[in-house]
Write a new protein. Structure first.
Length: 351
C-alpha cells in the first residue's frame, strides 16, 4: 500500500484571519481590546529564564489558579490555550463507540477533534432562537461538550439547565467550555457544580477576559480523579506544554483582580451600548453574555457587510454555513472602535 493511503487525513479547523496590516479594527477573533494587566509587564525582564526547561507541572500557575478558584491544585489541568486543554480532554474522555453530542451551531473545532481522534459524534440542533435545550441531551451518548456562553451566538444557558445536562448524564463526561463566562452574569459558571459531579469538566482560557490570547494559556477544573486521567495523557504526549513565560505571566495576571474586573466591566458596558445601537438600526442581535455579538440585518446580507467592512479595514467574522450565513460575529472592542463600526454602517449602508 502506498504511504499516501496510510496518512491520517483531516480537514483542519480554520482560525479567524490575522491581518498583517496595522491600523485595522480587528473584531474577528474575540480578542480583548485592553492590554494584559500591568503586573504582567512588570515581570517581563528575566531573559535567562528561557535557558532552562519549565516546571512540567506548571506548579506556580496551577497553585495560583487553585487559590483563585478555591479548589485544590490536583483539580487543575493547564495547557497551551483552551484549544490544547479541550483537545486533550477529547483524547482522554471520549472513547465510546456511542456518539458524543454537541450543538449544531457551536465552536467549529469540536467536529475537527472528533474527526482527528475518530470519535463518533452527533450534533443537536439549537432552536430557532439559537438556544440549547437541556432535554435534548437526555439520550444515549459517549460524552457531551458545549460552550457556555455558546459561540458564535454568545447565548448563555442558565446554570439550572447546565446542571440538568450534567445530572442526566452521570455516566458520561460533560465538558462545559467557559471561554466567555467572565462576560456573563455572576453565578452562571458551572464551577459551582464541580464538587457535586465527578463527570463535570469546566474549561477556561486567558485569551478573552485576561487579554492574553498571544500567550496561549487555558485550564480545566474538575474533580481530582478526572484531572488525573488528563495528566496521564498529557505526560504521555509532551511533558513541557507550558513554557516559562506563560507560567510567570499567567501568575501575574491571576494576581491582579482589580484590573481584570475593570476590563470586563468596560467590555460589558460597551457590549450593551453597541447592542442597543445595532438594534436601533434594524439589526437583530442574539442576546449576548460574551465579548462579542451575533447580529444580522433583514435588508442587507451579512456577507455584503463583511466584505465592505474588510475593504475599509474593519474585520468581522462571517461563517458561510447553514442557519448562520445571515449573521456576523462582531467582537466587542473599545468604545471608539465600536463607534467607528457604527459610522461605517451609516456611511456605507445608510443605517
Ligand atoms: N472555546 C471557544 C468556544 C472559543 O471560541 C475559543 C476561541 N477560538 C476557544 C475555546 C479557544 O481559545 P484559546 O485556545 O485561545 O484558549
Amino acid at each position: 500500500m502506498n504511504w499516501r493511503e496510510q496518512v491520517r487525513k483531516v480537514e483542519p479547523y480554520t482560525p479567524g484571519e490575522q491581518p498583517k496590516e496595522q491600523n485595522v479594527i480587528k473584531l474577528n477573533t474575540n480578542e480583548n481590546p485592553y492590554g494584559p494587566s500591568g503586573k504582567v509587564k512588570e515581570c517581563i525582564q528575566d531573559f535567562d529564564l528561557l535557558r532552562k526547561y519549565p516546571d512540567p507541572t506548571a506548579g506556580d500557575l496551577v497553585n495560583a489558579l487553585a487559590d483563585y478558584h478555591g479548589v485544590s491544585a490536583e483539580q487543575i489541568f493547564v495547557g497551551v490555550g483552551s484549544d490544547d486543554v479541550l483537545g486533550m480532554a477529547f483524547l482522554t474522555f471520549f472513547q465510546s463507540e456511542c456518539p458524543i453530542l454537541f450543538p449544531d451551531i457551536t465552536y467549529s473545532f469540536y467536529p475537527v477533534w472528533a474527526e482527528l481522534y475518530r470519535i463518533p459524534y452527533q450534533t443537536i440542533a439549537l432552536d430557532e432562537d439559537y438556544q440549547i435545550h437541556a432535554s435534548d441531551y437526555h439520550r444515549e451518548n459517549g460524552g457531551i461538550v458545549f460552550p457556555n456562553p455558546n459561540a458564535p451566538t454568545g447565548q448563555l444557558l442558565p446554570i439550572s439547565e447546565v446542571e440538568d445536562i450534567i445530572r442526566a448524564n452521570r455516566d458520561q463526561v460533560v465538558i462545559v467550555d467557559e471561554a466567555y463566562i467572565d462576560f456573563a452574569p455572576e453565578g452562571s459558571s458551572a464551577l459551582s457544580l464541580v464538587d457535586r459531579y465527578d463527570n463535570l469538566l469546566v474549561v477556561r482560557t486567558f485569551s478573552k477576559s485576561r487579554s492574553m490570547a498571544g500567550l496561549r494559556i487555558g485550564y480545566a477544573i474538575g474533580q481530582k480523579e478526572l484531572i488525573s486521567y488528563m495528566q496521564a495523557v498529557k505526560y504521555s504526549y509532551n511533558s513541557y506544554t507550558m513554557n516559562r513565560p506563560s507560567i510567570l505571566y499567567g501568575c501575574a495576571s491571576v494576581k491582579d483582580e482589580e484590573y481584570f474586573r475593570e476590563t470586563i466591566r468596560k467590555i460589558i458596558s460597551t457590549r450593551e451600548r453597541f447592542t442597543a445601537a445595532l438594534e436601533s438600526r434594524g439589526f437583530s442581535v442574539v442576546p449576548s453574555s460574551a465579548n462579542f455579538v451575533f447580529a444580522g440585518h433583514p435588508g442587507i446580507s451579512a456577507e455584503t457587510i463583511f466584505r465592505k467592512a474588510k475593504e475599509k479595514g474593519i474585520y468581522f467574522r462571517y461563517f458561510r454555513l447553514p442557519r448562520i450565513d445571515d449573521h456576523l460575529r462582531i467582537t466587542i472592542g473599545t468604545d471608539e472602535e465600536m463607534d467607528r463600526v457604527l459610522e461605517f454602517l451609516h456611511e456605507e449602508f445608510n443605517l
